[in-house]
Structures are given as C-alpha cells and as structure tokens.
Design a protein around this ligand. Structure first.
Ligand code: NAD
Length: 440
C-alpha cells in the first residue's frame, strides 16, 4: 500500500475479504498469535497509550492502566486460556427417526469481515475488546477509533499495524464522512459502541446488506439506595463509580433513587466521600479527569442548576473542568433528568418506597445498568424480577463488566447483543448446525 494515497474503504474491505477467503484466519494458531501480539503491544506501549489517554481525557495513568490497558490484557488472557474449549464443536442428540447412525453437532464459523466502531470515552478498551473477540473468532476486522479522542486514535493507528497481521486488521481513522463511507460497504457484522442516534444510522446502513449488528449504547443507569443501607459505604462506592473518567462512563450510575430521609442522610456522606477521593480541591487532583470537549462541557455546565448543590458545582471552561457534583431536590422533569448525563453530576431523586422506585425505572428507557444498595433479599428479588436492564449490580457499580464470564450489553434503548469472554465468540461467530448420516 502506498502511504500517501489512503486506501478507499471498498479496497480495504476487498483486501481483508481476500485474506478471509484464503482461510488464513481460521486456524486456532493464527488467532492466538494475533491475541498474543495485541498483548505485546499493550505491555510494550502501555505508557504511550496512557499518555494519549491523558491528552484526550486527562485520564491519570493509574486509571488508564486499570480501566483500559490492564482491563484489555485480562480479557486477552482469559480468552487465550479458554478459546480452544469455547470453539469445540458441541454434539447434539439426534431424534430416533434419523436412525441410530446419524450424528449432529454445532460448530462456530467465523463471520468474515467485521467492522468495529468505537467511542471516545474508553477509546482503547472499547476498540480493542471487540477487536480481540472478533480475531479470536477467526474474522478479519476493520476498526474505526473515535475522532473525538484524537491522540488515542492516532496512537492506535500507528501501533496496531506494527503488531497485527495487516492483511487481516485495518485501522480507518476519521469522523462522520469516513464512517459513512465505511458503512456503505458490505460487512458480515458491525459492532458499534456509542449513542442511540448514531446507533440508528448504523443499523439502517447495516439493513441494506442484511448485516447483523451489535449496538452497545448508553442511557440513564439508576442507583437505588434502600432504607437502612450503610450510607458511608454507599456514598464511597457511588462516588467512585460515578466520578471515574469524570463521569464519562456508559455504565456510570446516572442518578440516585431513594426515600427522602435517606436522601438527606446521604448528603454529608457524599461530600465526605468526594473529599476522601479527590481531596478538598478536586481541580488539583491528578486522579480526576476532564470533559472531552467544549461542546460536552457547555452541555454539562447547563445541567448544574437542575437542583440544590450538595457538593461541587464549580467549573473552568479553559481546562474543561467540571467539579464532582451532587445535586439534591432534583425535579424528575428537570434538564439533568431528560438525557444521559455522561459527566460528573449526580442528581438525587426521591421516591416514597421500592414500589415507586420500580415504577420510576419502568416508566423510562431500559437502562444499560441498574444498581441497588440494600441488605434485603426481598428487595434484590423484586428488582431482579420486576425491572429490565442490560446488567444488574448489587452493592458495587461498574464491577459487573469486569467479570469476563458475564455478557456485557444493553437491552432496548441501551442496545442489543453483548460481548466479553465467550459471549464475544457467540457474537462474532455463526453457530452452524451440522448433521451427518452415513451413506451405507
Ligand atoms: P462518539 O461521538 O465517539 O461516537 C461513536 C462513534 O460513532 C465514533 O467512532 C464516531 O466517529 C461515530 N459516528 C459519530 N457520528 C456518526 C455518524 N453520523 N455516522 C456514522 N458514524 C458516526 O461517541 P458517543 O456516541 O458520544 O459516545 C457516548 C455514548 O456512548 C453514550 O451514550 C454512552 O453511554 C455510550 N457508550 C456505551 C458503551 C457501551 O459499552 N454500551 C460504552 C461507551 C459509551
């Protein structure tokens, strides 16, 4: 390829498809080699990626390694350990009318050319985790990093081709025009992470070619706090989960639902927990990130007067800083409750009891995650049975997505399909039904 004339999307797809047709990506050895090389890239260039993440999002190095680089390495290791098992054909019992000599099994076939479109908030993890699942399944892959995290996008575009089979993995950088051009091509699977508006654009484009999609979307993930919960622990865990990456996390607790008495008792605990995590002046804490760009900064700043400030409230546009903020007395109809917040603002909404909390949740779009802090088995059972969400976390926000053996994905407005661990193999493969009957 000539470096000066960028390859056209149709040529990229054709080149990768030829590799797929050659059968090169099928053997387990090719797949595990790609995964090991990706792992090498992360261990050798982890610091470069952490630097890019700091430039794009003010992410601290600790956070960059924990939530992006080491996260992906763990997912690679888990996949390398289990891949051969996961890919093993599964025998199926055969009904008597086919005769005793007939056998049946399912086998995992790779799909072909996969497109992965990633967002800016965890621009390493959310590009590489789908990529590694698609490679482990024996596919060739076009990855499109987010233009809104430009330093990370360019680091990945530089590093991935140095480590992976360039006839099987292509990085296409760019924004809407480049993504639109890619989406006109025929893929065998499209894996999109981002917002529901673009999710619809992706799904429409995919429909032209009957291409299956995985949509990893977002939305407002509620956190229910029950009467009698240990509020010091609750506040510490909510603050950690909410303000990670300055609140720009798809599974961050979006708002708190609790009764009026617990809401009041939580206020000093929130103020204490924020100070314990980021010090008296979070603006000078190295551990607290920044808003990705001015547009999102302005959007978030306009949400700050949706309630009474319990802690935080400060902003600095020049450095895209918004203080970790907790708002009380928030009207469910206020601006902060009308859209996914995706920033460091935590509104507290009061409800009379669990029944009203469940109503409140079910009156809205199905969330990507639902969290609850309770000591009551009955409350846990009711939430599990009476609500629908991508994931359900009791006592600890965000953590469910670090369990590789759990599927990660949304439902309804929060998305369709899922991945991580063996669920990535399900997503990026076709489970083929095979029946054999001897001719004799
Ligand atoms: P983004 O703006 O980076 O967009 C994601 C991708 O879509 C980018 O690669 C971008 O180039 C592409 N894109 C944007 N406009 C397009 C268009 N018109 N046509 C084609 N492609 C286009 O990210 P974002 O959407 O701002 O990300 C935030 C959202 O993503 C939030 O809603 C968040 O909850 C959600 N999210 C979900 C998950 C998850 O795993 N479920 C993870 C992270 C973020």
């Amino acid at each position: 390829m000539n470096d000066r004339t960028p390859e056209q999307p149709a040529d990229t797809v054709a080149r990768l498809r030829a590799t797929f047709r050659s059968g090169r990506t099928q053997p387990l050895a090719w797949r595990t080699t790609q995964l090991r090389r990706l792992r090498d890239m992360l261990t050798t260039h982890g610091a470069d990626l952490a630097e890019a993440l700091h430039a794009d999002l003010g992410k601290s190095s600790t956070e960059a390694f924990r939530t992006e680089i080491d996260f992906t390495i763990r997912e690679i290791d888990h996949t390398l350990e289990h891949l051969a098992d996961w890919l093993r054909p599964e025998p199926a019992p055969v009904p008597a009318h086919l005769g005793a000599d007939a056998t049946a099994h399912t086998q995992y076939d790779p799909l072909g050319v996969v497109l992965v479109i990633a967002p800016w908030n965890y621009p390493v993890q959310l590009l590489l985790t789908p990529l590694l699942g698609a490679l482990a399944s024996g596919n060739v892959v076009v990855v499109k990093p987010s233009e809104m995290a430009p330093a990370t996008s360019s680091a990945l575009a530089r590093l991935l081709p140095r480590h992976l089979d360039t006839d099987a993995v292509a990085v296409v950088e760019g924004a809407v025009p480049e993504t639109t051009a890619l989406l006109a091509e025929r893929f065998d699977h499209i894996f999109y992470t981002g917002n529901g508006t673009v999710g619809r654009i992706v799904m429409r484009a995919a429909a032209e070619h009957l291409t299956p999609v995985t949509l990893e979307l977002g939305g407002k993930s509620p956190a229910f706090v029950d009467r009698g919960a240990d509020l010091s622990v609750v506040a510490d865990r909510l603050v950690r989960g909410k303000f990670l990456n300055a609140g720009q996390t798809c599974v961050a607790p979006d708002y708190v639902l609790t009764d009026p008495e617990t809401a009041r008792a939580l206020e000093p605990e929130f103020a204490r927990a924020v100070e314990a995590l980021f010090g008296a002046d979070p603006q000078s804490s190295r551990e607290f990130g920044r808003i990705v760009n001015e547009r999102h900064f302005d959007r978030l700043a306009a949400l700050l007067d949706s309630g009474r400030t319990v802690t935080g409230g400060g902003t600095d546009r020049a450095t895209k800083y918004i203080a970790p903020t907790v708002l009380a007395d928030v009207d469910p109809k206020s601006p902060v409750m009308r859209e996914e917040i995706f920033g460091p603002i935590l509104p507290v909404i009061t409800v009379a009891d669990l029944g009203e909390a469940i109503e409140f949740i079910n009156d809205r779009d199905k969330p990507l995650a639902l969290y609850a802090f309770t000591e009551s088995d009955r409350t846990r059972e009711r939430l599990a049975a009476e609500t629908s969400s991508g994931g359900l976390g009791f006592g600890l926000p965000l953590a469910h997505l670090t369990v590789s053996d759990l599927p990660f994905g949304g439902v309804g407005e929060s998305g369709m399909g899922n991945y991580h661990g063996r669920y990535s193999i399900e997503t990026f493969s076709h489970r083929k039904a095979v029946l054999s009957k001897p001719l004799g």
